[in-house]
Design a binder for this molecule. Structure first.
Ligand code: NAP
Length: 293
């Protein structure tokens, strides 16, 4: 078994991006600038956004964090988005989800200029990805594809099973893996909570990608010998032995499964850091797209 080490790979990607920023600076160009809107003070969202700001700093990007109260009106949020769409200094921006219940997430994603949609959540970005057109691919699927590419995982002609069909992970993953590209060209099965005999389908996977949010759900009886396993799940599980009071647990029972895999992502240190690196890759791309406008 070999680890698909997202932490190490993301550090390599960040070093490559920092190098690009140095080249931009040396030629007097504009440094990429990412903005993030954070509504309310959900603990996990705070951590995610703070990490994104830290990542920007590490590679030399500029970043702007806009904090709005949890009771901000949808109209006010949309007007902030409109201002970011028009702000020539901002290359790309994200609106951290989940949003409070009184705000319509679809209306929010529709309001973001697709040229600045570095999260790749807007219908325009998803549509372009589905058609194989140039676009921003949302950070988690993008990060996973990059990890598979850098480890030279053979995907063509393989059976890839994606567990979970969310619009930000499972569904785009299934589309990307079935596209005529490398990585890609896999035969894909997408399974979800209504799929009968899921264990048998998982056992037939050469590449198993799991994104359901159920700690340790995938056990050794669901994994084929030699499979490549990508664990997207991150659930905070109470752990009084940790200073934080919790630990992060994936959807795959790593210890039970690792002996059967050819490659496997750890949690933490697998898909999470690759997601963060992918947002930086998208922001660098956004900056070059703004220049071409
Ligand atoms: P989500 O929107 O809650 O979707 C979960 C999907 O899993 C749904 O399609 C659901 O099926 C399916 N599912 C749930 N229980 C199942 C079961 N027992 N058998 C088969 N399918 C089942 O979740 P998400 O946003 O994709 O996130 C999934 C996990 O990935 C979470 O732990 C999340 O924290 C993590 N995540 C990690 C990253 C990262 O950077 N590492 C990024 C995003 C998400 P139905 O559609 O039928 O309900």
């Amino acid at each position: 078994m070999q680890l698909l080490d997202g932490k190490l790979t993301s550090e390599q990607i960040k070093a490559e991006i920092a190098e690009q920023v140095n080249i931009i600076k040396a030629s007097g160009g504009k440094v990429p600038h990412l903005a993030a809107i954070l509504v309310g003070n959900d603990g996990a969202s705070e951590t995610y956004v703070n990490n994104k700001v830290l990542d920007c700093r590490q590679v030399g990007f500029e970043s702007t964090l806009i904090r709005l109260d949890a009771d901000v009106s949808e109209a006010e949020l949309l007007s902030r988005i409109d201002a970011l769409n028009k702000d020539k200094d901002i290359d790309g921006f994200i609106v951290q989800v989940p949003l409070p219940k009184h705000i319509d997430e679809t209306r929010v994603t529709l309001a973001i200029d697709p040229m600045k949609d570095v999260d790749g959540f807007s219908p325009a970005s998803v549509g372009r990805m589905t058609l194989g057109m140039p676009t921003f691919i949302s950070a988690t699927p993008h990060g996973i594809m990059e990890l598979l590419a850098r480890y030279k995982i053979e995907t063509a002609g393989k059976h890839c099973v994606v567990v979970g069909r969310s619009s930000i992970v499972g569904t785009p993953m299934s589309i990307l893996m079935s596209r005529n590209s490398n990585p890609g060209n896999a035969t894909v099965t997408l399974v979800h909570s209504r799929t009968p005999d899921m264990a048998a389908i998982c056992r037939s996977a050469d590449i198993l990608i799991v994104a359901i949010g159920k700690p340790n759900f995938i056990n050794e009886s669901m994994v084929k010998d030699g499979a490549v396993v990508v664990d997207v799940g991150i659930t905070r599980v109470e752990d009084s032995t940790r200073p934080s009071g919790f630990r992060l647990v994936g959807d795959v029972d790593f210890d039970a499964v690792k002996g059967k895999c050819s490659f496997i992502t750890p949690v933490p240190g697998g898909v999470g850091p690759m997601t963060r690196a992918a947002l930086l890759m998208n922001t660098l791309k956004a900056q070059s797209m703004q220049l071409q406008k």
